[in-house]
Write a protein that binds this ligand. Structure first.
Ligand SMILES: [Zn+2]
Length: 80
């Protein structure tokens, strides 16, 4: 059993290597399997318009403390 570490594209039969590359078939046409694999690794080139519609400014800042007890001046009664 040969030790095949490299992943070989089953369509074009070429080694994929670390970086996906677009190989060509024997007739010169681009390998569809390599193309799909390459496209999956690429970030989406076209931002979806639906994602830009969501409101991003709604930031609810919860008040950390009520401030009633902390805001009131502490009177030291009977200190005189
Ligand atoms: Zn291929």
């Amino acid at each position: 059993m040969p030790d095949i570490r490299e992943t070989i594209c089953i369509t074009c039969g070429q080694a994929l290597g670390e970086v996906p590359r677009l190989h060509r078939l024997s007739d010169g046409s681009p390998c569809p399997a390599c193309r799909d694999r390459l496209l999956e690794t690429l970030p989406p080139a076209l931002p979806r318009a639906a994602d830009r519609g969501e409101p991003a400014e709604t930031v609810d800042e919860p008040e950390a403390t009520t401030g009633d007890e902390l805001g009131a001046p502490e009177r030291a009664s009977g200190a005189d």
